[in-house]
Design a protein around this ligand. Structure first.
Ligand code: B12
Length: 510
């Protein structure tokens, strides 16, 4: 059924944005004319405030497209201030109502509704169609599940919408061209800005099978969705394979597929079906995320045969910190064993560590260093700075204990913009600079372990880590150059990726 309400959905600093793409697909399927706007892209540790040119370009575009209602996707809380600024500017210039959706309004609805006219709370792939249908037909939008509506000072709050059946969702749309725009600097480019990306990303599931890590948003969505359907949902293999068949016909440069699931689905029968269909019908290398608790040799062998090229696994911290602070019940033994399996199967492992937490003592950091030194080489190491998301157990606990203030929590704070990936230039206590430099050095294949032990034992670097940090910077740059060369050879390096990663002002560790 053709609809006439002209809607725009805006992604903030993300060309991929699943949220925007899913909402746009659902609305298009229901017949609504939708404009997708990708407002700026992200660069690691660098999210510059929008320029006046960019704001004007957004307003102009909305005016030209004669948009009647605009939705901003506020995925991360750090975008809160940008979203409220753009909301004010758009409302002032065009007088149209503004809707916010995404994880931020889901976790902080009371704060978000002060800025937007409407907010979507939770996932709304189906509910968004109901909301806009009622709006177009002049029905009552104040009672649509999944939405809050503000009329002056009065807020109409509705319950969460039922969780959706993932197999019933339309694929994210890669066939529309004319109604997608990317605004960056003075330029507005028409067309899908992500269509020629060599890496195709998708989710095979929603939710998490573990749900307990205190830093993670999933501890919040779990109670939110209580009684609304199965919370950890996995798509059927057939649905995923069909999506890739669809996408391969349109995104001509796909070289690798990355599954962004918190944890790649682990059910044995699902893996069997996947390992059978993926190589036959998709035939692309792929990457996944795993948890140390789920790593088993046999399923990984099947996935390796199907094209699994690399995986990410969160170590996070030493087991004592993981268990007492993050409520994450993994052990160092599991991590060592998992890495042994990755090596045995020859799967590249990208191991992730969270730094800057207030719980790790010098002894914990020392144990983490020893754990990493014990892991079978090679492996890649990705260091992340602990970001405290609002409403999480972690935020509440640290706040209660007086160890942080509101300003340290995302939304007021913007840590995810500054040290999401750890950089060595960021000001930190000397002891931490030494640890980080050692961590950066320890997985570099061109540096022998005996050297790392010597650097670790040196009393000099304990007093003054500056030369060690300089060495780590140099090793990091050499590593980056090697990664870029490797990716270029595989045809996976693009100007987009170079911009996102290799920003000299905000170099991350690798
Ligand atoms: C995959 C992922 C990524 C991928 C995104 C890939 C992609 N193709 O989109 C990458 C790696 C790029 C990424 C980047 C970042 N991410 Co991220 N990401 C996720 C993850 C794991 C899944 C997101 C997802 O795709 N979900 C599926 C989609 C369909 O759901 P959704 O986005 O929630 O959208 C639904 C609703 O929210 C709503 N909705 C969303 N937008 C809109 C807009 C409108 C108008 C409407 C009506 C509805 C609506 O409808 C959608 C359909 O139901 C989540 C964790 C999680 N479980 O959600 C973290 C998560 C969202 N990310 C987070 C963060 C912090 C970031 C970064 C800031 C990190 C960084 N510094 O680089 C960036 C931000 C980039 C950006 N500019 O937005 C945090 C946010 C927490 C917070 N409160 O701030 C989360 C929650 C993870 C966590 N640690 O707990 N991320």
């Amino acid at each position: 059924m053709a609809r006439s309400l002209r809607i725009a959905v805006v992604s903030l600093y993300a060309l991929e944005n699943n949220g925007v793409r899913h909402v746009a697909s659902s609305l298009r399927r229901a017949g609504f004319p939708v404009t997708e706007i990708y407002f700026k892209d992200w660069i690691n540790n660098n999210f510059p405030w929008p320029t006046e040119d960019e704001v004007q370009a957004l307003i102009r575009l909305l005016r030209e497209r004669d948009v009647q209602v605009v939705g901003f996707s506020v995925r991360a809380s750090a975008f809160h201030r940008m979203a409220s600024y753009l909301t004010r500017r758009v409302r002032h210039a065009l007088g149209i109502p503004v809707l916010w959706g995404g994880m931020h309004p889901t976790f902080l609805p009371e704060r978000a509704i002060r800025h937007a006219d409407y907010i979507a709370v939770g996932e709304v792939d189906d509910a968004v169609v109901e909301f806009f249908s009622r709006m177009e037909e002049g029905g009552d939008i104040r009672t649509v599940p999944g939405f809050w509506v503000r009329e002056g000072d009065v807020v109409h709050r509705n319950d969460i919408a039922p969780l959706v059946d993932l197999d019933s969702l339309p694929f994210r749309d890669y066939h529309s061209h004319d109604d997608k725009f990317h605004i960056e600097g003075r330029r507005v480019r028409r067309g899908d800005p992500f269509i020629d990306n060599p890496e195709y990303t998708l989710l095979a599931s929603r939710g998490c099978p573990y749900w307990t890590c205190t830093f993670c948003s999933n501890t919040l969505t779990r109670p939110l969705y209580e009684g609304k359907g199965p919370k950890f949902r996995v798509r059927s293999v057939e649905h995923i394979v069909r999506e890739l068949e669809y996408a391969k016909g349109l995104c001509k440069d796909i070289r690798v597929v990355r599954f962004d699931d918190e944890v790649f689905p682990i059910r044995a029968d699902w893996i069997e079906e996947f390992a059978d269909k993926w190589p036959r019908r998709v035939g692309l290398p792929f990457e996944i995320l795993v948890d140390p608790r789920m790593v088993r040799e046999e399923p990984l062998r099947r996935l390796k045969e199907a094209g699994l090229r690399a995986l990410c696994m969160g170590i996070q911290a030493d087991e004592s910190v993981n268990q007492r602070f993050y409520n994450r019940h993994t052990t160092n033994r599991q991590i060592i064993e998992a890495q042994r399996i990755f090596r045995k199967l020859d799967i590249q492992s990208n191991l992730q560590v969270i730094w800057d937490d207030p719980a790790s003592t010098e002894e914990d950091k020392d144990r983490l260093f020893h754990l990493l030194m014990e892991l079978e080489q090679p492996f890649e190491l990705f260091l992340f700075g602990l970001t405290i998301y609002p409403q999480t157990h972690l935020a509440r606990r640290l706040h209660r204990e007086g160890r942080i203030t509101e300003a340290d929590i995302e939304g007021v704070g913007t840590h995810a913009f500054e040290q999401f990936r750890v950089g060595l230039n960021y000001p930190r206590p000397k002891a931490d600079q030494r640890w980080l430099a050692l961590l950066v050095l320890l997985n570099k294949r061109f540096l022998p372990r005996s050297l790392i032990w010597k650097l670790y034992e040196s009393e000099r670097f304990k007093r003054d880590p500056a030369p060690l940090v300089a060495l780590a910077q140099a090793a990091n740059l050499a590593k980056m150059a090697a990664v870029v060369a490797e990716m270029t050879a595989r045809g996976e390096m693009t100007p987009l990726l170079i911009r996102r990663w290799l920003n000299l002002d905000s170099l991350v560790t690798m």
